[in-house]
Design a protein around this ligand. Structure first.
Ligand code: UDX
Length: 434
């Protein structure tokens, strides 16, 4: 089927490429001429494992096209996916100006039946608003459906290809059938529901996952104080099939482009509808505290941080991405800088993005070992698996004292003990050498 995807950000580019890969003719549209020029040459603006090859493969197969004009693309397609950004406004609400701008452009150019698909995460009622905008200028037949995306950065292609579910919020059978046809090649349950329910499913899913993480992070605080080990606790709890093992990894709190934005937006949606979502407010607070507790433990060990050299391993909000949006690593670095610490940082992909927000306040390294040299403590804050494979015997001789704070419980505890590190992880007893 011929499909337009408007917005070549993370969601748009991954969804567009993957839809082309399952056989559709996809036209990715973006107003950024430079971005489109680059994409046409197979240069992609984000780091996502496997994406570049997939873009090139589908371009070469003649299924994936890039254009700056929705007006030009619209007559060729049956469905238009809106995948533009919905950033947080200062009050936490989702800023919908880009979604509405696309709706206006569709309204100005639509001439026959189309299905308009909200792929961006938008508050309940947005599809109705999009419909109103188009209806003002076009009286013909069209449908607006909600089809939220559940892709995770770093594993987006696999998430698309093997979804747990595809949620389709549609008002008419005609629209639902067209959406089912688009996603027919994919396994996983296709759940057709009302438009508002589909919009809410996305927020509820992300809020629930964030809650699950904040919950285990709270448990980690008590574990640390009682001698229980949060890794064992999470494993034992996760064996209960009603709970499940996923998203129970304690750490320094969730970040990224979705959880923080969507959790805040859901709290706003609740408030706008006269409901105080107290649980969600606590989930956010716990998440912030988790970062602060981590820094407090560093301070407890080192005392005044002013002028102290700290090595920070990781900048991205999680492994396998260059994304630093709402990254716990960045938040922690900002607190440490405010305390006067000297930060030497290393990340496998996110350094360029981190530099945009932290500037020269941090010394960036292209090699983890040089970042570690002479450090008074090592702070591991992004769970890149490569950090586990570093030569920790060698590192012990590079750093000033063998003190490691593992904010992701990534490293091998017993090995760290054996090498002779003071090893402080999350929700576990500190290993202190005599
Ligand atoms: C998330 C949702 O998972 C995805 O469905 C949605 O479409 C977009 O938002 P993403 O932001 O890519 O995806 O990252 P995810 O893997 O979900 O992790 C989010 C944050 O939670 C990261 O900071 C991660 O480090 C943290 N996390 C995740 C934990 O601290 N513990 C866990 O057990 C899982």
């Amino acid at each position: 089927m011929e499909i337009a995807i408007v917005g070549t950000g993370y969601v748009g580019l991954v969804s567009g490429t993957c839809l082309a890969d399952i056989g559709h003719q996809v036209y990715c549209v973006d107003i950024d001429q430079e971005k489109i020029n680059k994409l046409k040459k197979g240069i992609i603006p984000i780091f996502e494992p496997g994406l570049e090859q997939l873009v090139k493969h589908n371009q070469a197969a003649g299924r994936l096209h890039f254009d700056i004009s929705l007006k030009r693309v619209l007559p060729k397609v049956k469905a238009v996916f809106i995948a533009v950004g919905t950033p947080s406004a200062p009050d936490g609400r989702a800023d919908l100006q880009y979604v509405y701008a696309v709706a206006n452009e569709i309204a100005a150019n639509i001439t026959d039946y189309k299905v308009i698909v909200d792929k961006s995460t938008v508050p309940v009622g947005t599809a109705q608003e999009v419909e109103k905008i188009i209806r003002q200028k076009y009286q013909g037949d069209f449908d607006v459906v909600s089809c939220p995306e559940f892709l995770r950065e770093g594993s987006a292609i696999a998430d698309f290809a093997q979804p747990d579910r595809v949620v389709i919020g549609a008002r008419t059978k005609r629209a639902a059938d067209l959406m089912l046809e688009i996603f027919q090649p994919l396994k996983g349950e296709k759940f057709v529901t009302s438009v508002p329910s589909a919009e809410m499913i996305k927020y509820a899913s992300n809020a629930f996952l964030a809650t699950k993480i904040s919950f285990i992070n709270e448990i980690s605080q008590i574990c640390h104080k009682t001698g229980a080990d949060v890794e064992e606790v999470a494993y034992g709890v996760g064996l209960d099939s009603r709970i499940g093992p996923k998203f129970l990894k304690a750490g320094i709190g969730w970040g990224g482009s979705c959880f923080p934005k969507d959790v805040k937006a859901l709290d706003q949606i609740a408030g706008d509808n006269g409901y105080d979502f107290r649980l969600l407010k606590s989930v956010i607070e716990v998440n912030q505290n988790q970062r602060r507790h981590f820094v407090a433990r560093v301070k407890n060990s080192l005392g005044d941080l002013a002028g102290k050299k700290l090595a920070v391993l990781g900048l991205a909000f999680k492994a396998k991405t260059d994304d630093i949006r709402e990254s716990a690593a960045i938040d922690i670095i900002k607190i440490l800088l405010a305390e006067g610490a000297l930060i030497n940082a290393f990340d496998y992909e996110a350094t360029a993005n981190a530099r945009k927000v932290l500037g020269d306040s941090v010394k960036y390294h292209t090699d983890p070992y040089t970042a570690l040299k002479g450090a008074e403590a090592v702070l591991l804050v992004t769970e890149w698996p490569q950090f586990k494979a570093l030569d920790w015997d060698k590192i012990k001789n590079l750093i000033k004292q063998p003190l490691v704070f593992d904010g992701r419980n990534l490293l091998d505890r017993s090995k760290m003990k054996e090498i002779g590190y003071h090893y402080c992880s999350i929700g576990q007893e500190d290993i202190r050498q005599k």
